[in-house]
Ligand binder design. Sequence first.
Ligand code: ATP
Length: 306
Amino acid sequence: MEYILETQGLTKRYGNKDAARDINLHIVEGQIYGLIGRNGAGKTTIMRMISGLSAPTSGTYSLFGKTGYEMGKMLKNVGVLIEYPGIYPKLSAYENLKIKCIGAGIRPKGYVEEMLKTVGLENTDMKKPAGAYSLGMRQRLGIGLALVGDPKILILDEPINGLDPQGIAEVRQMLVRLRDEKGITIMISSHILDELAKVADSFGIINEGSLLDEFTAEELHRRCGQYVVIRTDDHDATLKALRDIGIGEVITEPDGTLRVSDHLDDTAGMSRAIVNAGIALREIHLQTVSLEDYYLGVTGGGEHNG
Ligand code: ATP
């Protein structure tokens, strides 16, 4: 598969500690990629390296399939919002965007007005200074500033951190709009898997500097949610017994355990079908795995630095 952004063994060492270790991540063009990890996991470190803001200790990355000097030239296609948006608090959203445009040599007529619309700030009182905006509005302005120059990739570090539910929903809708209407690829980090799961198409889980897993939204939903766990002493015969009562959505785990994801309200019917087929039923139960359970399972559980 072609990736718009890919890293190969990307590592950043501070003193004797790897803030990011041997990271190989893959971002598909036109998708939203969610980087999940607790505070201190290494998300910002990775984003800073692939934005060209800090040099890797070792490893490489490619943008649009290019590396090295060629890739450096591609960085102009990357819009970045890491840590705090560089906003002039005494100036309005319009003025902030105008200054960024002038700095970037962008002067098309109506560009700033269009950008205000893109980030949903077009109805804001034009005289109000950005310092008096809500955190959500400031965050959207920050994203607008990152969008100046029309980058093809947007890298956003914790853009929903500290926002109220309304602010989170607004940023979420905006990101989906940017992906769907402008085809922008977005990499977004968060420590809240539930929130990322509402927008991201693919995910990477970072824990203590390592990328533990990458998966698509489809895979995530397969791994989470509800399913019936069945253990018997005859895998093939059990599959047939389930098929005979119309159950087809079954995954076999590496240890032979079956996960059934249809007819969830009929564990009694499943038990009956298995027992009637003369199969020894060792275990059957309904399992619920929330996103949070899944995340804690992958990262080893427990709280870490808040
Ligand atoms: P947060 O959301 O809290 O920023 P994060 O997942 O983005 O978390 P990083 O900021 O990348 O994590 O930090 C990863 C680790 O690297 C942390 O232990 C942090 O203390 C350390 N670290 C980050 N930057 C530096 C630096 N400039 N010098 C030394 N250590 C650093």
